[in-house]
Design a protein around this ligand. Structure first.
Ligand code: GAL
Length: 809
């Protein structure tokens, strides 16, 4: 604790003795004290917290708890606990100056937080997804100050998904001059954009809390993506309380922002008084042109573009909702590599860093404010507070996100039960007070008339629903805000099609349920007459695109490509997410195309074949089916080529053209060995893949995504454990139990195998099974320098180890 505590002290101390030269925003994530004790009142400055646990935020205490059937969070919250948690942190300030103000910013606390500084109550904030700030100035003293935060997540379920609990996003301490820019009031728009010219409008507010008039000079500077200053503007101002300032700049030959070329500009604002710099504020923005043209579709910088989108919840499997930046980045990078270009924040605002990554990586975001509105959807969700808080929370949300080029659509809700047109209108109007440059939609909100884009959830997967809506309202573009829903479990296959029916039984379990929906679903032909892979629990789903709710991925994408007014969709979901499982004992329902650990399922490659132009081919299923010798196994190939040839042990099984089914299938009598697919495009070899039967599991291969990490208590690496045979082939059905040890400069913050039925602790169960050959470790720097040593032992496998270095700071 001491070191970091000293750094903060020194930093603030030294700065306040120098001439004031701009605002300082410092992370105060490290060294908090924490207690999960509902019976304390720990707000007072002198409360003795020396026996409390010491930890760093972001922190999620729910994911540290046990999965228990009796936990009130139930299926929605993945059976993990809530409770009341207290956090306390010391902040030392050497010297206070009457020129300065201090603010504390919480990016997100789940939920119902009360905050105190030195025993003074600063406020209550119920919303767990949008950040909030408090001005600390009048309660600070020189020397020791104490922030106390009470988080009340005692009433569950508070959401329809896993929410986590605690200070699960970053916390910042900001010091600025009493005369300063108000970042929330900053609005950057680009009303005219072409390759030759862009008009950039900047408006913001300057606040003066001195209580007397000040003469200042404000400078706006625009820096292009190459680092060149391309715009400059100075204005003299007299500020008494608050002044608005606006300026229009013209830029020649701008670098446009797009999903392929996410060019970023910077705006630097500086305020001077008597030539002395007193405040600075910098942010980034993008220059792009979006046209939503009825009947024709969406155009980005005059080029047609489809939303190749995914809905996601914010949790990242084993780390819960306290998601380190590297974990988020790894996830987004996988999606980018798959060809995804759009993301929906289901069903609430995400962490600020998510939007910055989307800006710089090139994703379009459908930014969602709420799930339900006045009527709660889960027993204790935000619906309880909606009436009192929605306007303020909506304003903070829009003002927080409106300068991000990635944000292209606002969503005001999702499957809002029995909403009225007036309710929809009031929310749209309120939102448009703060931004008019983006269209507004709502998940399944097409029943109201005030949204700009008709959003269809699962209902839009039923036959002809979208087409019929278009006939009635031809001028409204349509998005599949939550389409496609399919399910799949990594490494699991069934050759007969499964349709989700009420209560989740398979059609062969409850045929009467299936009969009711049969005429309205887009049916998928069985891949064999008799089921090839029997004896699998019905909680696991097949990874051929044949475990569907109403439409499969392939038919749905054909529909998007065929209908100009249907501008794309946000699949439910990209990643498996905690919660919303089909009952105990399951943690999730397997909607993701990537599992909880971040291992891709076969659907990942299916989407890649539909969405990406980078040459690829993918074979499924795996080729280790001992006991099935001679049985015909459907081998499916996904490719963005136009034909493929399949080989079994070097012998061609034929070259076939890609079909309108967007896959190529061979029926292959099983014999062990090598399966190879060569994809072709326009007659030329395009891509190839070989898979091979694995022999007995022998050892593990450990691989890390980082060669070295920073010794900063923040940086993380992902280490994959792959069970392999003596030749190094991955054993795709291995379920061996392994024991993990990590020592040296790192600590385990998550262990995950992706098995929805594995209720082991993601944090503490160091002995656990791998699932279908794989398990993931997420390891974070513990602040020490030197090596991180990872050792994995097993009673059934030869042990394996890996050493990763750290960079000293
Ligand atoms: C939708 C809902 C999503 C998720 C999904 C699961 O109706 O909007 O949040 O619950 O169903 O199928």
């Amino acid at each position: 604790m001491k070191n970091i505590y000293l750094i903060i002290t020194l930093f603030i101390g030294i700065q306040s003795t120098l001439a004031f030269d701009g605002r300082v925003k410092k992370s105060i994530n490290l060294d908090w004290r924490f207690s999960l004790d509902a019976n304390v009142n720990a707000q007072d400055k002198n409360f003795d917290d020396s026996q409390w646990r010491q930890l760093n935020v972001p922190h999620d205490w729910s994911i540290e708890g046990e999965f228990l059937e009796s936990n009130a969070s139930g299926t929605s919250g993945a059976f993990l606990p809530g409770g009341i948690g207290w956090y306390r942190k010391e902040i030392n300030i050497d010297k206070l100056s009457k020129e300065e103000e201090y603010e504390i910013h919480f990016d997100g606390v789940y939920l119902n937080s009360d905050v105190w500084i030195n025993g003074h109550h600063l406020g209550f904030h119920p919303n767990g997804y949008i950040g909030f700030s408090y001005n600390l100035t009048e309660h600070l003293v020189e020397g020791k100050n104490v922030i106390a935060v009470k988080v009340d997540h005692s009433k569950l379920p508070s959401g329809r998904w896993y929410t986590g609990s605690g200070i699960y996003r970053n916390v910042w301490l900001e010091r600025h001059h009493k005369l300063h820019v108000l970042p929330n009031e900053l609005l950057i728009t680009t009303p005219e954009v072409s390759n030759e010219k862009a008009v950039v409008n900047v408006s913001t507010a300057i606040k003066n809390t001195w209580g007397k008039k000040k003469n200042i000079e404000v400078n706006f500077q625009i820096v292009d993506p190459k680092g060149k200053v391309v715009g400059n503007y100075d204005q003299k101002l007299k500020v008494v309380d608050q002044n608005e300032i606006q300026h229009q700049l013209e830029l020649e030959n701008p670098f446009l922002w797009s999903t392929d070329a996410p060019n970023i500009y910077y705006l630097n604002i500086a305020i001077k008084e008597n030539k002395q710099l007193i405040d600075t504020y910098s942010t980034h923005f993008g220059i792009r042109k979006l046209d939503w043209i009825p009947q024709k579709g969406l155009f980005l910088n005059d080029q047609p573009i489809l939303l190749k989108g995914l809905s996601n919840h914010q949790d990242a499997g084993p780390v819960g909702v306290a998601v380190p930046e590297q974990v988020l980045y790894r996830r987004l990078k996988m999606l980018k590599d798959m060809g995804c270009n759009a993301l929906r924040t289901a069903h609430h605002p995400f962490a600020p860093e998510f939007y910055t990554m989307c800006d710089t990586m090139g994703f379009m975001v459908m930014d969602e404010a709420f799930d339900g509105w006045w009527k709660n959807k889960a027993d204790y969700d935000y619906g309880i507070y909606f009436e009192k808080y929605w306007k303020k929370d909506l304003e903070n949300f829009v003002k927080r996100d409106r300068n991000h080029p990635s944000v292209v659509i606002w969503s005001i809700g999702n499957e809002v039960p029995k909403f009225t047109n007036d309710e929809q209108e009031s929310i749209v109007n309120e939102l448009k007070k703060h931004d008019t440059s983006r269209p507004v939609t709502q998940g399944r909100g097409y029943l109201g008339t005030h949204i700009d884009l008709a959003g269809f959830n699962g209902h839009g997967e039923l036959k002809n629903v979208i087409e019929n809506y278009h006939k009635k309202d031809p001028n409204k573009l349509i998005i599949g805000t939550e389409i496609t829903h399919t399910l799949q479990t990594r490494g699991v296959y069934r050759t007969k099609t499964w349709y989700r029916t009420k209560d989740n039984p398979a059609p062969w379990e409850k045929p009467e349920h299936f009969k009711r929906i049969e005429p309205r679903v887009y049916k998928i032909k069985d891949l064999s007459e008799e089921e090839v892979f029997t004896g699998i629990t019905s909680k696991y789903q097949s990874s051929y695109d044949n475990s569907i709710v109403r439409i499969g991925v392939r038919h749905e994408w054909n529909r998007v490509e065929a209908l100009d007014y249907y501008i794309g969709n946000f699949r439910w979901t990209g990643f498996d997410y905690l919660g919303e499982s089909f009952n105990w004992p399951a943690r999730t329902a397997n909607f993701g195309i990537i599992d909880l650990a971040g291992f891709p399922k076969d659907h990942y490659y299916l989407y890649q074949s539909l969405w990406s132009d980078v040459p690829m081919v993918h074979i499924l299923p795996h080729w280790s089916h001992k006991g099935k010798e001679g049985v015909k196994i459907p081998v499916v190939v996904y490719t963005n080529g136009d034909a493929a040839e399949l080989f079994l042990n070097g012998k061609s099984l034929g070259k076939k053209e890609m079909t309108s089914e967007r896959q190529i299938v061979w029926q292959v009598p099983y014999t062990k060995g090598k399966v190879e697919a060569i994809a072709y495009k326009e007659g030329k070899e395009w891509s190839k893949q070989i898979i091979q039967t694995a022999e007995e599991a022998y050892t593990m291969k450990l691989t890390s995504d980082r060669k070295r990490i920073n010794a900063d208590k923040k940086d993380v690496l992902h280490c994959e454990i792959n069970v392999v045979d003596a030749e190094g082939n991955i054993v795709p059905n291995a379920m061996d139990e392994v024991t993990i040890e990590v020592s040296g400069a790192g600590k385990i913050i998550g262990i995950e195998n992706g098995d929805i039925l594995d209720m082991s602790s993601s944090k503490y169960d160091l002995t656990r099974k791998v699932f279908n050959g794989k398990c993931l470790l997420i390891i974070q720097s513990n602040g020490k320098t030197g090596d991180i040593n990872i050792k994995v032992t097993s009673k059934t496998l030869k042990e394996a180890d890996l050493r990763i270095g750290t960079h000293a700071l």
